[in-house]
Design a protein around this ligand. Structure first.
Ligand code: AMZ
Length: 272
């Protein structure tokens, strides 16, 4: 849909009267760096600024607002820091406290590099695990895991110029997002997180058409991320077939999107 045309609609209007089918979830993000909840610009580590020094309080405020999901990323792990690096130790402790404390469904990504890592998270109560770097290194291993845990392993398709980025977005692989996504879908993956790295954290608006095109080309249900600015982004994504959710971070921190107005677009898996 043309962005400007859609902006003519009044904000918040008619949120329920959409014809797209299937679940549509709003996933507020908690990105952990060194034990704090941070925001980055285009994923660059040096751009980090703390939005919540107490991620557990952050989680509690999201639950209070009525969120059903939370999207948690261990950034120190995604950047490939050593297991015993202080940031990773702090994040790990927090992550298990978040999962234990959460009444919300928790989706976790960052640094999951083996079946054992993924299984440990799933067994601890994490609903879905996102796998990016390991997926590029060992797609067959990730596909096998996805078949063992249907719907609970999410491919991290973080895109830079249409190619899959890895290692905390510091490296770009040779895989095209579309081709790689198609291959993963054939191997048993059902969901992918599609992040446009260049847009992430910039409030530039999200490209709903691109997310929809990826869903159509691959058959994967797409969680869209990167650049969400306001409720119009949420409205457009909610109307895009194949898009099953959206991750929101910066827009909530900056106040250009209110969580409540976004939550009005949530849709359960099957409509009555
Ligand atoms: O902001 C970043 N630099 C960043 C980020 N948010 N780098 C990776 N990630 C997220 C991906 C995905 O959810 O969006 O981490 C996950 C992938 O991590 P890994 O370690 O499996 O590549």
């Amino acid at each position: 849909m043309n962005r400007n045309a859609s902006r003519a609609l009044s904000p918040g209007a008619n949120a329920q009267a959409v014809s797209a089918e299937g679940a549509f979830d709003i996933l507020p993000a908690i990105d952990l760096l060194g034990g704090s909840s941070v925001r980055l610009l285009q994923g660059k580590r040096e751009s980090a600024h703390v939005v919540h020094a107490d991620p557990l309080a952050h989680l509690a405020s999201l639950a209070e607002s009525g969120a059903r999901w939370v999207h948690v990323v261990d950034l120190d792990a995604a950047f490939g820091d050593a297991l015993d690096a202080p940031g990773r130790v702090a994040n790990r402790t927090l992550l298990s406290a978040l999962v234990k404390a959460s009444r919300l469904r928790v989706e976790v990504g960052g640094g999951v590099r083996s079946p054992a890592d993924a299984r440990a998270l799933l067994e601890a109560g994490v609903e879905r695990v996102i796998v990016g770097t390991w997926c590029v290194k060992d797609p067959e291993g990730v596909m096998a895991l996805a078949r063992a845990f249907p719907g609970r392993i999410v491919a991290g398709l973080d895109a830079v110029d249409g190619r899959v980025a890895v290692q905390g977005w510091t490296e770009t692989s040779a895989h095209s997002v579309e081709e790689f996504g198609r291959r993963l879908a054939l191997g048993g993956l059902t969901h992918a997180l599609f992040t446009e790295v260049e847009r992430d954290g910039l409030l530039s608006g999200i490209d709903a058409q691109k997310a929809g095109a990826l869903a159509e080309a691959t058959g994967l249900s797409i969680l869209a991320s990167g650049g969400v600015r306001d409720v119009e982004d949420i409205r457009m994504l909610s109307r895009t077939p194949g898009v099953c959710g959206v991750v929101v971070g910066k827009a909530l921190a900056a106040g250009t999107l209110m969580l409540q107005e976004a939550l009005a677009f949530q849709r359960p898996a099957s409509l009555p």
